[in-house]
Design a protein around this ligand. Sequence first.
Ligand code: IPM
Ligand code: MN
Length: 356
Amino acid sequence: MKFTIAKLPGDGIGPEVVAQAVKVLEAIGKKYGHEFDFTFGITGAHAIDEVGEPYPESTHQICMDADAVLFGAIGDPKYDNDPKAKVRPEQGLLAMRKKLGLYANIRPINTFPSLIHKSPLRPDLVEGADFVVIRELTGGIYFGEPRGRSENGEKAYDTCVYTKEEVTRITKLGFEYARLRNKRMTVVDKANVLATSRLWRETVQGMVADYPDVEVDYMFVDNAAMQIIQWPKKFDVMLTENMFGDILSDEASVITGSLGLLPSASVGIHTSVFEPIHGSYPQAAGKDIANPIGTVLSAALLLELGLKLPAEAKAVRDAVDASLAADAVTEDIATDKAKAFKTSAVGDWLAEYILK
Ligand code: IPM
Ligand code: MN
């Protein structure tokens, strides 16, 4: 089959890690007889430098025309210390989510035995933890209106808005995901305080009868934040709204000790975007030392969810497992630091393993 993949490397280490995922996808194409056509788009700080905006229309068209989008990272420290900057790279991310209709952010949280010792939690608590955070991505307080400042600047406001339709759409995806896993879904909200949370609960409750095989429970977000560190193994699918999901998915990702290895998918109406959960790590840019595995595993998710090629996705995951077992990894996770691989060498190793 022939597929078009939009390639948006972004800033910092983005181009280096995306290049390794491309090598891996090309190896998969060769092995399974697919043709991947990569179309390049600019995003983030370097798009601001080039054309004045972080998600230009030309890039949007490239994404709209693609079967899936492979994304690196965006962000540049020069914006962090400039609260008055008119355009920021992050706005590109929000614009991309809205314009592509990326309503569901999916972050699988799982552990890698060789990295458990890096977890901030006791090994027995995290070993075997395996759950998925599904975060609503285009609604809630991130996008609700009205928002802004009063004229005298003494008051500021953001509005959290959800429609039943938005909640239904993502809940459906949550149920379907749970069916592919252990058939348990925890809905995280703040229904004791927020009207939007009560709409979420009511909507989910109205749908449970259609999924009798899935066990649903409800948890307040403050409690969920505790449970993630007290007993992460209890979760299977965690479904939540935009801002709670932003916070909980970061919390969840660090407990595994393998932040650099975790992928994510943002499922959209028009197309879906696949990216590592780590940032642009500018200090490492251009040094060929960044860990490409989070992006390579994002390419596996792209194959699985974006192109519906599960066997190909598994081949990528198997190659990653083999590279971890062989210590063919970058210095951040290498057991033998003296023999650590460069970023590009990890990509070569994985591509070669797939074609073996
Ligand atoms: C994320 C990020 C973004 C968010 C920022 C950069 C706007 O933290 O993807 O989780 O808050 O959604
Ligand atoms: Mn975040």
